[in-house]
Design a protein around this ligand. Structure first.
Ligand code: NDP
Length: 425
């Protein structure tokens, strides 16, 4: 094959099927995503925290913006960047790229969480006012949004100089607005520093746990003790984050890393949306305390445990199978062959529904909201939004699997008719 033909073969194809409503949808989401964060936090700040109330006028600029909040966040991101760059943890390879190369990734997010926990422990001993985060949460959220916007602009400009082989299959439509939103370059790096991989699990996810701890401290300051409801939310969400960090390697095969580029959608999602909306239950509980009896607490713990077992069991089963189908833990499972040579699991967790991992994740999401009682919808935002996200993500994945596996996928759908909820959906 000639050199030119060879180079063309490695180029990312033009994205022909636009998602999220194309460029108009992308434009809308550029405003809807930050608007939703503002709306949720402002509503949560009101006495009745009612979603039926119409959004009021924006608060004055000084409530939204503080250079100190920006500095604090930049300090946090820099600390996480430093921990990522330290030579601790093993180095592994990602999936094979279009040009047949594989990028190297350092697996040390769990280490970063441990070091961060020690530093937070020291700040507690030094009696640093962690409740600052609660008191200035809106300013911190706005700062995170601005940092994400600045990063997305940088990423788009950087992508214009990237070779065509480095572009994302999902963000190469030629429409600047759409590509800016989805992300034009697949794995933007500065030297060996992978910007997308870094943002996916570290500043936002570890930050989410820290934010929850700050809410716990704010509750302690306000009422002299930590409520059972707050402890459950803190415990459940910390377990979820630690699990994600412990299984960091699994992220290398997700849609986010393999298909989507790094643009506004992921930058805003990772740095602002996750830490400032996933933590809404804790934020709500500080000023809207809820009585939670022991029996109810035990039932919620059980629900979270069921969700976690399904979530972890199914994700690990598939990861083990994809890494080594002959592994004794999965070798006995029934499978369907596909034309690509890969097989599809059709028994075990993946014989229950076509996305058992989403089912487990959604059950846990419900368990995180229940400690906030049944009087308000606001703390249920996560489970409602997450259901919509996973139903949409499931449809995206089905579409990709249908393209990849054709008849074998149809056979899988016939054998396992439900997508996420057994006998329902
Ligand atoms: P999945 O882990 O569900 O991966 C889907 C892929 O799995 C398919 O493309 C296919 O890829 C493979 N697959 C599908 N069915 C089978 C089968 N029967 N046998 C073998 N392989 C199969 O993708 P996600 O990245 O969406 O989810 C990973 C986890 O992350 C989930 O638990 C999800 O809930 C969670 N998540 C959490 C989010 C959050 O904000 N908290 C956001 C998004 C996800 P192939 O055949 O090519 O291997």
């Amino acid at each position: 094959m000639g050199e030119k033909k060879m180079a063309d073969k490695f180029k990312a194809p033009r994205t022909s099927e636009l998602e999220f409503g194309g460029s108009l949808g992308a434009l809308l989401l550029l405003f809807v995503m930050p608007g939703t964060v503002l709306y949720l936090l402002l509503t949560c700040d009101t006495d009745d925290a009612s979603v039926l109330r119409l959004p009021g006028p924006l608060p004055p600029l000084e409530s939204l913006w503080s250079p100190y909040a920006v500095t604090l966040l930049l300090g946090w991101v820099s600390l996480q960047a430093l921990l990522y760059a330290l030579p601790m943890g093993k180095v592994t390879e990602g999936t094979t790229l279009r040009d047949n190369t594989r990028l190297q990734y350092r697996i040390n997010a769990f280490h970063a969480m441990l070091v961060s926990s020690v530093l937070v422990g020291v700040s507690l001993l030094l009696k640093l006012p962690l409740s600052y985060v609660y008191d200035h949460f809106l300013q911190l959220a706005v700062s995170a949004g601005l940092i994400a916007l600045a990063l997305s602009i940088f990423l788009y400009i950087k992508s214009l100089g990237a070779p065509e082989t480095a572009l994302a299959p999902g963000g190469n439509s030629g429409n600047p607005l759409y590509d800016f939103f989805i992300g034009h370059e697949l794995n933007p790096r500065i030297g060996g520093f992978d910007l997308k991989y870094f943002c996916e699990l570290r500043p936002g996810l570890i930050g989410w746990c820290l934010v929850n701890l700050c809410f716990l401290m704010a509750e302690l300051e306000l009422r002299g003790s930590v409520s059972l409801a707050m402890s459950l939310v803190f415990g459940f969400q910390t377990l979820y984050v630690m699990d994600a960090l412990w299984h960091e390697e699994a992220i290398l095969t997700t849609m986010d890393i393999v298909h989507d580029g790094f643009g506004f959608m992921l930058a805003f999602g990772d740095l602002c949306w996750v830490p400032f909306t996933y933590s809404l239950q804790g934020y709500f509980l500080v000023t809207h305390p809820q009585e939670l009896g022991t029996a109810a607490a035990l039932a919620i713990i059980l629900l979270n445990a069921v969700g976690y077992i399904i979530f972890r069991g199914s994700n690990s089963q598939k990861n083990t199978f994809r890494r080594n189908p002959a592994d004794p833990r999965v070798a006995g499972l029934e499978t369907i062959p596909t034309a690509t040579g890969k097989r599809l699991l059709v028994s075990g967790w993946w014989g229950l529904v076509r996305h058992p991992n989403y089912l487990g994740d959604l059950i846990m999401a419900l368990a995180w909201s229940l400690p906030c009682g049944l009087s308000h919808i606001l703390p249920y935002f996560y489970v409602i939004y997450f259901s919509a996200l996973l139903i949409h993500r499931e449809a995206r994945d089905e579409h990709q699997c249908m393209k990849k596996y054709g008849l074998a996928w149809q056979e899988y759908c016939r054998r396992v008719p439900y997508r996420i909820f057994p006998y329902i959906y």
